[in-house]
Each structure stands twice: as structure tokens, then as C-alpha cells.
Ligand binder design. Structure first.
Ligand code: MG
Ligand code: FE
Length: 169
């Protein structure tokens, strides 16, 4: 196996762990949001995308590694990312969640850019194509969160000023 291929496989495993982490984080967020239906809905849509991404990455790995043991290897490596959800249970949970969500999407965007360049180098055009498609979904999610940030903050501040218990989440 060429050096670039070895790295590609290693980074595909990291990406798989990242997506598993993403799914957990997004599910936790979506389940807690009560008064921001638009955000909840967009997150739920991204959970579906995330599940599909995870499966597609599994497919890329499987073309190198036929054994199913790769899933075990990957778990835990990206677990520190879970700390991004640290804002949960605070009074401004929705705002902290948007920051964490946007930050996580940026991590994903960078990771897929690395994978695309590596797949190119390794001559794996199928993996490159898959990662390019996933990259577009991550960019779309990041852009959505970015666009909706001002109105989310405004809504939060208004409700917070009214001492409404709908502000938090
Ligand atoms: Mg993703
Ligand atoms: Fe994502």
C-alpha cells in the first residue's frame, strides 16, 4: 500500500469517527430544542445527512479493508469533540449550541478538504467524489447556521429580556 493510501485510510477512519460524534451531538441538540423550530428542523435534516455520510465513508473504507473491525479502531479518537457541546444546560444553550454547531461544521469542512487532496494524491477518484459531495453538505449546513445566527441571537435576547422561559432552548 502506498503511503498516501495508508494516510487516506487512516483519515477516512477519523472522518467516520467524526461523523459518529456529529450524529450524537446533533441528536442531543435537536432533542433539547423546544422553542426554535426552524433550527430544530434544520438540525434534524442534517442528522439524516450525517448518517448517510457515515455510511458512505464506511463504503470508502471497505474498499480497502474488508474486515468490519475498522469501526472499533475509530471510536474514541475524536471524542474530545464532544466537549463542543459544553454550552448545554446553560441559560443561553441555544446560542452556545449554534456556536458549537458552526465550529463542528468547520472542522468537518477542513477534514473533507484534507481527504479530497489525499484521495487525489492516492488516485482514489471514487473516495474523492464522495468527499466532495459530503463537503457540499457540510458547507451548506455551516452557511445555514451562519445566516441564521443574527436572528437567533436577536430572538434569544428578546425572550431573555422578557424573562421568558422560552429563551434558553
Ligand atoms: Mg458530517
Ligand atoms: Fe456536518
Amino acid at each position: 500500500m502506498k503511503a498516501a493510501e495508508k494516510r487516506l485510510l487512516e483519515w477516512l477512519r477519523d472522518a467516520h469517527a467524526m461523523e459518529e460524534q456529529a450524529e450524537q451531538m446533533l441528536k442531543a441538540q435537536a432533542s433539547r430544542i423546544e422553542h426554535y423550530p426552524e433550527i430544530k428542523q434544520r438540525i434534524e435534516r442534517h442528522i439524516e445527512e450525517t448518517r448517510a455520510q457515515s455510511q458512505r465513508i464506511e463504503g470508502c473504507i471497505a474498499r480497502y479493508d474488508e474486515s468490519s473491525s475498522f469501526l472499533k479502531d475509530a471510536t474514541g479518537r475524536m471524542s474530545a469533540m464532544g466537549q463542543a457541546v459544553g454550552g448545554m444546560f446553560s441559560g443561553d444553550e441555544i446560542v452556545k449550541g449554534c456556536i458549537a454547531g458552526y465550529t463542528f461544521e468547520q472542522l468537518e469542512i477542513s477534514s473533507y478538504k484534507v481527504l479530497i487532496a489525499t484521495a487525489q494524491e492516492a488516485g482514489d477518484m471514487e473516495t474523492k467524489r464522495v468527499c466532495e459531495e459530503i463537503l457540499e453538505e457540510e458547507k451548506a449546513m455551516a452557511a445555514w447556521l451562519d445566516e441564521h445566527m443574527p436572528q437567533t441571537v436577536q430572538q434569544y435576547l428578546q425572550r431573555d429580556a422578557d424573562s421568558s422561559d422560552t429563551a434558553k432552548r
